[in-house]
Design a protein around this ligand. Sequence first.
Ligand code: PRP
Ligand code: URA
Length: 213
Amino acid sequence: MKDYKNVIIFNHPLIKHKIAILRDEKTSMKEFRELIEEITTLMTYECLKEGVPTVEKIVKTPLETCTQQVVKDNSIAIVPILRAGLGMVNGIHVLFPSARVGHIGMYRNEETLEPQEYYCKLPDGIEDKLVLVVDPMLATGGSACDAIKLLKARGCKNIKFMSIIGAPEGVSKVAEAYPDVNIYVSTLDRCLNEHGYILPGLGDAGDRLFGTK
Ligand code: PRP
Ligand code: URA
């Protein structure tokens, strides 16, 4: 894959370790869910290194008064792409319990692999927030592109996209379509198979999170 300024691939040993367990077909639904949350928290720490709205706050320590930087109230929104993106929400809420959550429902048509939108509910004022769009799988990139398009149409200007496993095809598609959106991917896999599944991947993330197969 080409080098893109807006693509950040983690390749962190701790995240790699957790992804190895996540991929294993023997990993239980409970452990899968916990790992998705833990990896998301680790990713969020890095992802929020830049672009987070902050304000100054005066803090009185036992010794003196100082000016500190704190994250601006009500300035972050999480937008999971249903269903599998839901598994990542708690991983961010651990760090920002008050972050509002918007939901975008999409499923891929199994034949065409085109995303079909079936639900959208976003918090008021989302256009002024830092929006973290989350989905563990970035395969063809169709779902990510449609979700970002929808958020931009709603006026969102500060969008970051977080995915645990990306395929080169999908990461390139989103990176080229939206150069102003940073794309954070824990690990870049080899390719897609003929059914649009990521290889080696982890299978169907939604089914593994919710036990639907
Ligand atoms: C999966 C995944 C992404 C999408 C990625 O969802 O969670 O949303 O596929 O594929 P793409 O990059 O080719 O668009 P799926 O459509 O299986 O729905 P689900 O989460 O409800 O199972
Ligand atoms: N969606 C998934 O859940 N897994 C894939 O490998 C591709 C899309």
